[in-house]
Design a protein around this ligand. Structure first.
Ligand SMILES: NC(=O)c1ccc[n+]([C@@H]2O[C@H](COP(=O)([O-])OP(=O)(O)OC[C@H]3O[C@@H](n4cnc5c(N)ncnc54)[C@H](O)[C@@H]3O)[C@@H](O)[C@H]2O)c1
Ligand SMILES: O=C(O)CC[C@@H](O)C(=O)O
Length: 394
């Protein structure tokens, strides 16, 4: 078996090297089996029928048409937590920089001349004095991989931390300090906090999570930080809110024309995950997910199909994507039996309306396997079916 991988954006070599062997080619053809990307927008892309999996080297998948991929039986992966520490450090740096005008001070020092620089510094430094984070209240909206780390570390910096996440996972909840108070409503967070940082995914429910109404609930001296996605905040309402002194400051990782050249708005060029460590972690995790899926059909860290793991020892495996409806397994097994084929092993998992079945066969005659593929494809509610040949590890 051989696979073609298409890449977009700069994917770290530490991840790509999993594909530098005889089984794979990278960026050489128009019919890729797998796609690896960072922030490339795929919403207008028509995928060739060859595409089986798309791996996002990062957390957010809003640049991928996930729903349409699901209906085509394309598995979309992300890399949960792989860049969380990088984002956490940038948010903490931004919090610290927002209370201490040290960059302005450092720029000013460079303008000084003369032999009494030390005296000029002592005389003028009061213009660069700031505040402390200790004792201030931070609201963290979204207590996932990033939000949870920020909540814990902000608490360690002496901040009073409130978190809001109605869907927090049990695993993450275990990792959050019990000193982080759980807010029951978003309004509570907006009303009480001096700093609010958002770490939720962008989707139809969270787009413009923060608009005029939410801004008006915030304290006049509040700082809003957005290192999750630009569209979570209604930029027009935000600029109006800052101009009307509804809130004090906005710090974001997502550039947009209306946010530029405003003294109370700091815009970074999407640097949250831009550390060597995060880029390597994400590339390694994305390539591991994609390679495992292409070679075995097993699924880990998918955002649209269930996790499935079945040791692969048989000569052939069918990977069947289908709707989650009754008697699908019965129909698949009797189709195999009708063709005289024995099933070595089988696993079926579902996720909402979608299900996925791996069927291992002792049959070695590819003509018969192809006939089974054709017969199963003709069953109602089957979305896609792949034949995977067992291969030695590489
Ligand atoms: N700036 C960057 O470079 C950068 C890097 C990584 C991630 N991100 C963005 O940050 C987001 C979060 O990343 P993560 O790794 O923490 O993801 P995550 O999936 O671990 O956490 C997201 C959390 O948001 C919660 N959530 C969902 N909807 C919510 C809502 N309406 N209100 C409150 N909580 C809600 C979920 O329950 C989950 O706990 C990503 O989706 C991505 O868009 C940006
Ligand atoms: O790849 C990047 O630089 C950003 C990734 C980030 O947006 C994410 O969602 O993980």
């Amino acid at each position: 078996m051989s696979f073609e991988i298409q890449t977009y954006n700069n994917i770290a070599e530490e991840g790509l090297k999993r594909f530098r062997n005889a089984t794979y080619t990278i960026d050489t053809g128009a019919e890729p089996d797998g796609i690896m990307l960072r922030s490339q927008n795929l919403h207008e892309t028509t995928f060739p029928a060859s595409v089986k999996g798309i791996a996002r080297a990062g957390a957010g998948v809003n640049n991928i048409p996930v729903e349409s991929c699901t209906s085509q039986g394309i598995v979309v992966f992300n890399t949960p937590g792989a860049n969380a520490n990088a984002v956490k450090e940038l948010v903490l740096a931004s919090l610290l920089l927002s209370v201490r005008p040290i960059l302005k001070g450092a720029t000013w020092v460079q303008t000084l001349t003369g032999t009494d620089i030390d005296k000029q510094v002592e005389k003028e430094k009061k213009q660069f004095s700031g505040f402390e984070l200790e004792g201030k209240k931070l609201g963290v909206v979204g207590l996932g991989a990033i939000g949870a780390m920020i909540a814990n570390d902000a608490y360690r910096l002496g901040m009073d931390v409130v978190g809001y996440d109605p869907f927090v996972s049990v695993d993450t909840a275990w990792n959050i300090s019990r000193r982080v108070r759980r807010a029951l409503t978003l309004d509570e967070v907006f009303r009480e906090c001096d700093f609010i940082t958002i770490h939720v995914p962008l989707n139809d429910k969270t787009r413009h999570l923060i608009s005029t109404k939410e801004l008006q609930l915030m304290k006049n001296n509040a700082t809003l930080l957005n290192f999750a996605r630009g569209e979570l905040v209604d930029n027009q309402a935000l600029v109006e809110g800052i101009n009307n002194q509804t809130i004090k400051e906005y710090i974001t990782d997502f550039a947009s024309e209306e946010l530029l050249h405003h003294p109370q708005i700091t815009v970074l060029p999407h640097l949250g995950a831009s550390t060597s460590e995060a880029e390597i972690n994400c590339a390694k995790s994305a390539s591991r997910n994609l390679k495992l899926f292409l070679e075995t059909g097993n699924i880990q860290h998918s955002v649209n199909f269930p996790a499935v793991e079945l040791a692969f020892h048989s000569p052939y495996r069918l990977a069947i994507f289908h709707k989650n409806v009754p008697n699908m397994l019965g129909a698949i097994s009797s189709t195999a039996a009708d063709l005289g084929m024995n099933i070595d092993n089988l696993i079926n998992r579902s996720r909402d309306e979608i299900a996925y079945t791996l069927l291992d066969l002792s049959e070695t005659d590819i003509t018969k396997i192809n006939a089974l593929q054709t017969a199963v494809s003709a069953l109602n509610d089957v979305i896609r079916i792949r034949i995977i040949k067992h291969q030695e590890e590489n």
